[in-house]
Design a protein. Structure first.
Length: 188
């Protein structure tokens, strides 16, 4: 048997950069689990979610914060993402157990890179890279959307007026970082 031991490592090596009052950093302490309702099982899943976590199923475009640092992202009528503190090992089995088999739970943690952009020019930097109306009246804190940034798929989550979480495929993490970093430099 091999003595090889695998360990997790941040996709971008723990990237963290400040430019003036702006900060762009990789978030590597979150686990991501996709939760999908089985065909005809949306109502049962919503009831289980309420019982197990004390949370309602988030509507598409909205988020729900749950105790213990769990955040549910409404991505579609029958699919959400759960963001939670990254455990040792996989998060999906624990989420599936909490939901008592009422959902299809798929580990997504290593498929995504997560960046946090914060500071007074955050909105200006993000608006340069995507076509969504991100005005706070239309996209307030707690709003989430799938969109494109440059040519890459991204999930935008507004955490605060001047802070966003940005999720994109880990396979194109360097290109995604370059797009956000370039926009940040252009507005700073």
């Amino acid at each position: 048997m091999s003595d090889l031991v695998l360990t997790t490592a941040p996709v971008l090596g723990g990237y963290d950069r400040s430019v003036g009052a702006m900060r762009l950093s990789e978030v590597s302490d979150l686990a991501i689990v996709s939760i999908a309702a089985p065909l005809g099982g949306a109502d049962a899943l919503a009831a289980t979610l309420s019982r197990a976590l004390g949370a309602e199923w988030p509507a598409p475009g909205r988020t729900v914060d749950v105790a213990g640092g769990l955040r549910l992202l409404g991505l579609a009528a029958d699919q959400i993402f759960a963001l939670l503190p990254r455990p040792t090992g996989l998060a999906a089995p624990a989420v599936a157990a909490a939901l008592n088999g009422a959902a299809y739970c798929t580990e997504q943690t290593d498929a995504w890179v997560v960046l946090r952009l914060s500071g007074p020019l955050t909105l200006a930097a993000i608006e340069r890279t995507c076509m969504l109306d991100l005005h706070p009246d239309r996209f307030p804190p707690g709003a989430v959307a799938r969109t494109l940034t440059e040519h890459l798929g991204v999930i935008l989550l507004r955490e605060a007026p001047d802070a966003f979480l940005l999720l994109s495929a880990s396979s194109s993490a360097r290109s995604f970082l370059h797009a956000i970093e370039t926009s940040l430099m252009n507005v700073s």
